[in-house]
Design a protein around this ligand. Structure first.
Ligand SMILES: [Zn+2]
Length: 220
């Protein structure tokens, strides 16, 4: 560990805390998934590739510029860095990105079905229904563009046959969005087994979607 504080320390701490929680809450298995935060100077702090979350330290995190060039760190950044960087380039209000493989949300990603905003908190925290990206190979710039394109009005998108990406003003907020989506996917999956489910009135989704937009624009 370095003794002096670095400009990236706050972002490193936020990334590591969210990464550990991501693993502890079962949203990923093993070393899969990845977490990042925007650093004040415009760089991005990312989890490294192929390192267990419980063994990860602040010094294992990697800082890159918006084109992916390593600025600080000895490890390789996550192989899925393109999807993180595409989100930061597209949305200045986004300060945290999380890619995860949660069980129920990924079931919807395999079925290529959006998760409906059938519960009020989904509209408030995610902005509305959670869309499904077209299938694009993991780790490519094309996947980054596809993901970022779905997140203009949403905090979450599913990746066909893969998993999920969530964004927020901080990694903690992106993690909260992932937990809301996974819980909703579980509830909707179960409710459909009970029979036909019902949508919220469109006006409710519209109003709460407006709340999401306001909070996102304020970077709250
Ligand atoms: Zn993945």
């Amino acid at each position: 560990m370095s003794g002096n504080s670095r400009p990236t320390d706050e972002a490193r701490a936020a990334v590591l805390a969210a990464a550990r929680e991501l693993s502890a809450r079962g949203l990923v298995e093993g070393t899969s998934g990845n977490v990042s935060a925007r650093v004040d100077d415009g760089h991005v702090c990312l989890t490294p590739s192929s390192l267990a979350y419980d063994a990860m330290t602040l010094d294992d995190l990697v800082v890159v510029d918006l084109d992916g060039g390593v600025v600080e760190g000895d490890r390789s950044p996550t192989t899925e860095k393109a999807l993180h960087l595409a989100c930061y380039r597209a949305y200045p209000e986004v300060g945290g990105v999380i890619h995860s493989h949660p069980v129920y949300a990924t079931m919807f990603a395999l079925a290529r079905q959006p998760i409906p905003a059938a519960i009020e908190e989904v509209s408030v925290y995610i902005g509305g229904d959670i869309p499904v990206c077209d299938y694009v190979m993991t780790g490519t710039d094309e996947l980054g563009d596809e993901v970022a394109g779905r997140l203009a009005e949403r905090a979450a998108t599913l990746l066909a046959n893969h998993g999920m990406v969530t964004v927020g003003s901080t990694p903690a907020k992106a993690l909260h969005a992932a937990l809301v989506v996974e819980r909703t996917a579980h509830i909707v999956w179960g409710a459909r087994l009970l029979g036909a489910t019902h949508d919220l009135p469109p006006k409710v989704n519209e109003d709460f979607g407006g709340v999401y937009r306001f909070v996102r624009d304020q970077r709250m």
